[in-house]
Write a protein that binds this ligand. Structure first.
Ligand SMILES: [Zn+2]
Length: 203
């Protein structure tokens, strides 16, 4: 995340973002840092070991804070190049407090909470390309059991992206229509132009 602008006001409207976690034995962990997410409000601290830590997160010129991305495809393209297990989990968070905005990519927030988790593993679809009659890719078996336990622990709904769109949950959470359409498209496609170059083509 290169340049950013920071807006700082506890009274600001929460921002909604997509993100990925690692599914662990008893909860969800951040990818980049050693942090186990808690139910309810999470408060960020700077965990940067290579420089002087920021007094508050998100610090300017740092990467601390809870990140969220504006588009689900930005999460999926990252998950495509990261091996599993630990299993990746896609979900939505709300971020509030001090928030660093990173242009068209996303944000880093001082405070964050889970809003929804998804069973989809769209990043696994390209590997299954060509399998006739293959069902859309979702967490199954022990991973699904663990994911259900995590959703209960965090007190958030767990469902397939298509179902979340169909019943209006995404709209209710405040996900803009273009993002809903993109998420549904991702959940139903098997190949994505541009994936080999590390990006997803817009549609
Ligand atoms: Zn920092």
């Amino acid at each position: 995340m290169p340049t950013h602008t920071t807006r700082s006001s506890p009274a600001t409207e929460p921002v909604l973002g997509w993100r990925l976690w690692s599914l662990c034995e008893d909860g969800l962990e951040s990818w980049a840092v050693d942090y186990r997410w808690r139910p309810g409000e999470n408060v960020a601290t700077c965990l940067d070991a290579g420089r002087r830590r920021c007094a508050t997160a998100p610090g300017p010129g740092c990467l601390c804070g809870f990140w969220g991305l504006w588009r689900p495809s930005l999460c999926v393209v990252r998950a495509c190049v990261a091996p599993e297990p630990p299993w990746h989990v896609l979900g939505l968070i709300a971020g509030w407090g001090s928030v660093a905005l990173h242009g068209r990519e996303g944000f880093r927030a001082e405070r964050a909470g889970l809003r929804c988790l998804f069973t989809d593993r769209m990043w696994a679809a390209p590997a299954l390309r060509g399998r006739a009659g293959a069902a859309p890719v979702h967490h199954v078996g022990p991973a699904l059991v663990r994911l259900r336990a995590a959703a209960a622990q965090y007190g958030v709904p767990l469902l397939a992206v298509r179902d979340a769109a169909r019943v209006g949950l995404l709209a209710e959470l405040g996900v803009p229509e273009p993002q809903v359409a993109e998420a549904v498209e991702l959940a139903s496609r098997w190949t994505w132009p541009g994936l080999d170059e590390g990006r997803l083509a817009p549609w």
